[in-house]
Write a protein that binds this ligand. Structure first.
Ligand code: ZN
Length: 508
């Protein structure tokens, strides 16, 4: 007797088949048996059985070539149920080189017709495995898994980008530098890295695989929103994540807050590209049409500066025109009209602010231009009714030394516009801008915009600053968008196009 009947017998028993069944199936199973036998070193019977269970196909199909071993190895994604202390998830793994496998955990039910709660998390061995106090990655991971489990409709995506993408070895070298007084940002630069190497293209693959179209993103990091939105994923909401700081990572938090410009708590913060000044609703419409479908970053606002002064307050035609410009901006998502009011001609700035409120009730955002004195007081008054921008030049930069002024700026989230051009279109130099930005940051002010001398051909300083600070700086352009004194829509479009398409180096 040959050994082959034993194998057939095993097959028969493992499938709960009677001898008679085997007899009628012998025609089918014979090639199976021979293939299994022939490839025995490659595929044992128990392996074949495992495969047959996995694919819910008869063992025969495994070896007859309907599903081959090759097919199995090509299977990019495997998934299983994983009960955890946060809840039960479907745990999916995307086949990648060992140690680089992309991991996702989804709630057992997933409804892609609604925005899905998503956390995109980058690997951090020290924080997650060893509960290091040097960062808050472990806490953030746990908290977001809890949030996702609670939501009943969420996905946690785990990217293998240790140490902001620089790897574990260099992360520890960066720690050593930090122990010698450098912050995260500086240490990365000293090691020859850009501030942030993280890359999010996997997010799109995973979400597409799960058929998720819209997400609510759990993050405190605005660049993550920007980067993920740029992949073409619709982010309907940013959900902040709050963890407790502690003495070990306070410096890390401060770095994040100042240089990496994370959001903390429920603080809302946007950044904007602005052109000043629009003088007709038609210009707004032209920009709106031009940008429709282009703008993907939910935190980016396109601001439209509209000029006004003391005389405007008593000029009905001018007031009507301003109203129609403001109204036309309402038709475009992310458009924000701002009244740039110059107080040069005002004898009583507070009185004029009250008049703006009475005569232009549609104004929500107000820029206080050319204030000559009583800055803190006028600012406090304006903040009662409006969201306010205030330009600071070298001449009045000392306001930042006044605690009352700083307190007012922080309390009302006033935007500080660094402007040294005084309408002359001259750009400030990088050294001076950096000095002023550092001064603002050290006072806790991080809603900062650059204006003066920017245009489509003069964005270098802005891009440099963004890279250096990983900062959602805002930007405002005026003179360089004009030709012979009037606004040039060609230049405006070129300016906005360059800004929107610019891929910041820190995000690559
Ligand atoms: Zn960490």
């Amino acid at each position: 007797m040959s050994k082959t009947p034993n194998l057939l017998e095993k097959l028969r028993l493992s499938h709960g088949l009677s001898q008679g069944d085997v007899a009628t199936r012998l025609e089918v199973s014979r090639p199976t048996y021979s293939l299994v036998e022939k490839n025995r070193k490659e595929l044992t019977l128990s392996q074949a059985k495992l495969l047959s269970d996995l694919y819910s196909v008869p063992v025969e199909a495994i070896s007859t070539g309907q599903i081959s071993k090759k097919d199995f190895s090509n299977n990019e994604i495997v998934a299983t149920t994983l009960p955890t202390k946060f809840g039960t998830f479907v745990f999916g793994v995307w086949n990648q080189p060992k140690g680089q496998e992309i991991v996702f955990l989804q709630t057992s039910k997933l409804d892609p017709s609604k925005p899905v709660l998503v956390r995109v998390h980058s690997e951090c061995m020290t924080g997650e495995v060893f509960h290091s106090y040097r960062c808050d990655c472990g806490e953030q991971k746990d908290r977001s898994l809890e949030m996702i489990a609670e939501s009943g409709n969420g996905v946690f995506i785990y990217l293998r980008q240790e140490g902001r993408g620089i790897g574990l070895y260099d992360k520890i070298r960066a720690y050593i530098l930090q122990d010698n007084g450098y912050d995260t940002h500086e240490a990365n630069i000293l090691l020859g890295h850009k501030p942030d190497y993280r890359e999010y293209s996997w997010v799109k693959k995973v979400l597409q695989h799960l058929n998720v179209q819209q997400i609510k993103l759990i993050t405190n990091n605005p660049s993550k929103v920007t980067e993920i939105a740029r992949l073409g994923i619709k982010i309907t909401e940013r959900i902040p994540i709050v963890t407790e700081s502690n003495s070990h990572n306070r410096k890390y938090f401060e770095t994040k807050k100042q240089k990496f410009k994370h959001f903390f708590g429920k603080d809302e913060s946007n950044y904007f590209y602005q052109f000043s000044y629009a003088d007709s609703p038609k210009q707004v419409e032209e920009i709106g049409t031009f940008l429709s479908g282009k703008q993907k970053d939910p935190f980016l606002k396109i601001c439209i500066g509209v000029y006004a002064d003391f005389h405007t307050l008593n000029d009905d035609a001018a007031l009507r025109n301003i109203e129609s410009i403001f109204k036309s901006a309402e038709h475009y998502e992310g458009f924000v009209p701002i009244l740039h009011f110059t107080f040069k001609l005002s004898s009583d700035p507070k009185n004029d602010i009250a008049a703006i409120r009475a005569k232009m009730p549609f104004v929500k955002y107000l820029r206080l231009n050319d204030l000559t004195s009583e800055h803190a007081e006028v600012l406090a008054f304006a903040n009662k009714f409006f969201l306010v921008d205030i330009p600071l030049s070298d001449e009045n930069m000392n306001l930042v030394d006044d605690p009352a002024f700083v307190k007012e700026v922080l309390k009302s989230k006033t935007f500080i516009m660094l402007d040294n051009s005084h309408g002359g279109g001259k750009q400030d130099n990088a050294k001076n801008v950096t000095k002023k930005v550092n001064k603002l940051l050290s006072s806790g002010i991080n809603d900062i915009a650059l204006c003066g001398g920017f245009g489509p051909q003069n964005l270098g300083l802005y891009f440099d600053m963004c890279e250096h600070y990983k900062f959602n700086f805002s930007i405002d352009a005026e003179t360089k968008l004009k030709t012979n004194g009037s606004i040039d829509m060609g230049k405006v479009k070129e300016y906005l196009n360059k800004l929107i398409n610019h891929k910041h180096d820190y995000q690559s």
